[in-house]
Unconditional design. Structure first.
Length: 267
């Protein structure tokens, strides 16, 4: 079995910058050009959102983006087709960056769990992040995903007890995803010196109780925050701020231009 792109990347000694993008946002046809722009401008891993009508972990920007994606025709089947085209270079340069799908369990259950895992792997997906999949109930899913070479990522939050941090670290295939604050995506709670100190204390606690790498997301909006998270963790995730930068685009080409422009500003 070919080594997973995420597994290979995590073996490198580098700080990671992960992009979260909602497919076909804000206009139909934007996905492939945006993936190319993000890859060309240094996105180490690209998270693609699975549009869902009840995204409990997401703030207003990603909720609105999900609704836009649904209106623009994105289904889970369609999303896997887009990943397949991206890998093949059908409509863009071949996308070689690791692709992680981030979404909720309901669409996967509706698709058919085993069928989804097989189809995701065949399309070129490298891993899955499912915020509403409890680690304690994930044994069967984990076994099936790992058996075909898919990474599974679990979430850690500031209120996660030490024992559960250790459990999550043991279950996450390659790395864990830390919520910077106990809030939804796009939060402003990350602002201010008190918040900085609290995040530092929290991530130092995570570091003491994990063996694998971990990245940080939620509320990271600019280069200064990215660099701060690189000091405390192994990577930073930027999503809401990227989507906000793309919101006014009128066509796929403009969307891709804005994506590249914004991603360069983070580097």
């Amino acid at each position: 079995m070919q080594i997973n792109r995420i597994t290979s990347l995590l073996r490198q000694d580098k700080k990671l910058l992960l992009a979260y993008y909602m497919p076909e946002y804000p206009v139909p046809g934007a996905t492939l050009p945006v993936l190319e722009a993000l890859q060309d401008n240094g996105a180490d891993i690209i998270e693609l959102g699975i549009p869902f009508s009840d995204p409990v972990g997401d703030g207003p920007v990603i909720q609105d983006a999900a609704q836009t994606a649904i209106r623009n025709g994105v289904t889970l089947k369609n999303l896997l087709q887009l990943v397949g085209k991206a890998r093949a270079g059908d409509g863009c340069k071949p996308i070689t960056a690791p692709i992680l799908l981030m979404g909720y369990c309901n669409p996967l259950i509706a698709y058919g769990g085993d069928c989804f895992l097989t189809d995701a792997k065949a399309a070129g997906v490298d891993g899955l992040l499912l915020p509403d999949l409890p680690p304690e109930e994930a044994a069967d899913f984990l076994e099936r995903a790992r058996s075909i070479g898919l990474t599974v990522v679990f979430l850690i939050s500031p209120v996660t007890p030490t024992e559960r941090i250790e459990l999550i670290d043991s279950l996450s295939t390659d790395f864990s995803y830390c919520l910077a604050v106990n809030a939804t995506t796009g939060t402003a709670k990350l602002e201010g010196s008190a918040a900085d100190a609290a995040v530092a204390d929290y991530l130092e606690r995570v570091r003491r109780h994990t063996r694998k790498k971990f990245v940080v997301g939620f509320g990271i909006r600019d280069r200064a925050k990215v660099e701060r998270m690189w000091q405390l963790a192994d990577g930073a995730v930027v999503g809401t701020a990227l989507l906000q930068h793309l919101a006014g685009a009128a066509n796929p080409a403009e969307t891709a231009y804005l994506a590249g422009e914004f991603w360069r500003s983070l580097r």
